[in-house]
Ligand binder design. Structure first.
Ligand SMILES: [Zn+2]
Length: 283
């Protein structure tokens, strides 16, 4: 245990009171489902402790996330504990990575069971089938709300690349009409749209009113995605971040500065598998 990475020292955010007694849980199965909720890929181990009073999360270098569960606590409460600490998990993981400390080996990449474009309320279940394919992974639609990935499904970069390409296409198909509608509502016109994977920015706008949007906006809550659409459309009038720009944005999105502050730490909304997608993802 590394004291400085222990959430119990970080304003107690890691603690969620044990609510009610339940029979013992399947630690391995619960750990697997918890791993899918994480904002970064890493192994998860669940340890039931008779002495623990609260759920405690610890990031252990080289081992991943340890979840200490009081006896009788069910998987649902552990999932809540993870969800409540997503931001802390992502920030701590990234800070340690910047210091050269690896939390989990890349081999422990978790394939997601679902793809969720939160901003648009769209969701797909994902199934995987290994095939003898040297050329990476292929993703096909298997009906409404279901996709299948085949090929080198044990190769994290290949899987993440196929998932990211699918999400990018879907995000583009959803962001286009959304931007058009916001433009109509606001009367702020633009001349063109490109949706792509951008490493550092959610969006941008050129002098000629051409807007670029990061496809990963689709993973954010709609409120934050919408803010970026308005932000870029306001740049068609004010190509800067002057007071006039913010006044204009405030007229269209009341409370925009507080929302904008949320946006700066919004990367924790991005799915953990995206980090393995290399050039298709964002870092
Ligand atoms: Zn801007």
């Amino acid at each position: 245990m590394q004291p400085k990475t222990s959430p119990s020292r970080a304003r107690g955010h890691g603690k969620i009171a044990a609510a009610r007694q339940k029979p013992g849980l399947d630690a391995a199965a619960v750990a697997k489902s918890l791993a899918e909720r994480l904002p970064r890929p890493m192994p998860v181990a669940v340890r039931v402790s008779g002495r623990a009073k609260n759920v405690v999360l610890r990031l252990l270098p080289g081992r991943g996330l340890e979840v200490v569960a009081p006896a009788g606590v069910g998987g649902h409460l552990l999932a809540q504990a993870i969800d409540a600490r997503r931001e802390w998990i992502a920030a701590t993981f990234d800070r340690l990575a910047a210091e050269g400390v690896t939390i989990g080996p890349a081999a422990d990449f978790q394939r997601p069971a679902r793809l969720v474009l939160t901003a648009f309320g769209r969701e797909w279940g994902v199934s995987y089938a290994a095939r003898d394919r040297a050329g990476g992974c292929t993703l096909v639609l298997r009906g409404p709300g279901q996709v299948a990935v085949t090929g080198a499904v044990d190769d994290p970069a290949a899987v993440a690349g196929a998932l990211a390409a699918f999400c990018r296409d879907r995000a583009a198909a959803l962001l286009g009409p959304a931007l058009a509608e916001v433009s109509r509502e606001s009367g702020l016109a633009y001349t063109g749209l490109t949706v792509r994977a951008q490493r550092t920015r959610w969006g941008s706008c050129t002098l000629k009113g051409r807007i670029s949007l990061n496809f990963t906006l689709a993973f954010l809550p709609w409120e934050l995605c919408r803010l970026v659409l308005y932000h870029e459309l306001c740049h068609t009038v004010e190509l800067n971040h002057s007071k006039r720009f913010w006044d204009l944005l405030e007229r269209h999105v009341p409370g925009c500065r507080a929302l904008d502050a949320q946006l700066s730490s919004a990367r924790h909304h991005l799915p953990g598998w995206l980090g393995a997608a290399g050039g298709s993802g964002v870092s």
